[in-house]
Design a protein around this ligand. Structure first.
Ligand code: C2E
Ligand code: MG
Ligand code: MG
Ligand code: MG
Length: 281
């Protein structure tokens, strides 16, 4: 029933995965079709520094499904995975996000970058670098405005060749972020070797740090580690000012979360960017 409630209001997304294989297969076909006909959408969530500048926005995929209403990544990604559509989804997201970001302009003229999640396109895939480079040259975006987010868990056992691929790309200006940091088991040496200039502290630690001393300890350790390795640390899932103050006190460079803004449709994000002054308080 939850699947059909999704149209009720702005920002309500269906997060219940369909169960029967018939529904699953129909959705795979729909997704293939939606990709082909450009019917997916990206929402953008601002990433905000301590001085309240929006320096980046994360592209998050949404699917306004004709019958089921708006669908969130929790539904889209498993469908894409089962249908073998993840690389195609990544490609669509990369191209769309980079193209949209070329039109972004902040009210005071500071550059705003875009960060994109990839999960089908893995650093060890032979076309990883080519896909990213092609999206950059086809859209004409400056490479230093592009961040590619890879989840920590997919970087754990990465052999040295894809590390080199990532380093080569990084030398063109593209940045990499290790997403959901703290949830995988990567060694510290791994973080040191990889050209992941940004670490994104997973939201579970942010939401737990007020009540669980272990979570607070993890947050502290990740921030320290990021500083020692000269990485930028972004905290995810910041929902209130108590969390924000604590994180900034610990030395987090930037925050992302509902406290500042929900992920916004492209036109609303552009409007937010062009609003003078610190729009996010
Ligand atoms: P993520 O990359 O860690 O993205 C952050 C998720 O946290 C987003 O959920 C975002 O809406 C949500 N979020 C942001 N601020 C807050 C907050 O203050 N509180 C809480 N509770 N949640 C917050 P979303 O959009 O549902 O995406 C879920 C996951 O799906 C993402 O986690 C990412 O791993 C994946 N994903 C999203 N879009 C894409 C995409 O275009 N391609 C790929 N491959 N994966 C995607
Ligand atoms: Mg992400
Ligand atoms: Mg994340
Ligand atoms: Mg997360």
């Amino acid at each position: 029933a939850a699947m059909f409630d999704a149209k009720r209001g702005h920002g309500r997304y269906t997060r219940t995965a369909p169960t029967t294989s018939g529904v699953q297969m129909a959705l795979e076909e729909d997704l293939r079709d939606a990709l082909r006909h450009n019917r997916l959408r990206l929402h953008y969530q601002p990433i905000v520094t301590r001085d309240q500048s929006i320096v980046l926005a994360e592209a998050l995929v949404r699917w306004p499904h004709r019958e089921l209403g708006p669908l969130a990544p929790d539904v889209i990604l498993p469908v894409a995975e089962k249908g073998g559509l993840l690389p195609e989804l990544d490609r669509w997201v990369l191209r769309t996000a980079l193209a949209e970001a070329t039109t972004w302009e902040s009210y005071d003229g500071h550059p705003v970058g875009v960060t994109v999640n990839v999960s089908g396109l893995r650093p060890e895939a032979p076309d990883f670098a080519d896909e990213i480079s092609a999206a950059i040259s086809d859209t004409g975006i400056a490479p230093d405005r592009v961040v590619v987010e890879v989840v920590e868990t997919s970087l754990v056992d990465l052999p040295s060749k894809p590390c080199k691929t990532m380093r080569d790309l990084a030398s063109t200006g593209v940045r990499f972020a290790m997403d959901d940091f703290g949830t995988g088991y990567s060694s510290l040496a791994r973080l040191k070797d990889l050209p992941t200039q940004i670490v994104k502290l997973d939201q579970r630690f942010v939401s737990g740090m007020g009540s669980d001393p272990a979570d607070l300890g993890i947050v502290r350790a990740v921030v320290e580690l990021a500083r020692a390795m000269r990485r930028t640390c972004i905290a995810e899932g910041v929902e209130n000012t108590t969390q924000r103050r604590l994180l900034e006190g610990l030395g987090v460079d930037a925050c992302q979360g509902f406290l500042f803004s929900r992920p916004l449709p492209a036109p609303e994000f552009r409007a937010l960017l062009s609003t003078p002054g610190p729009a996010l308080r």
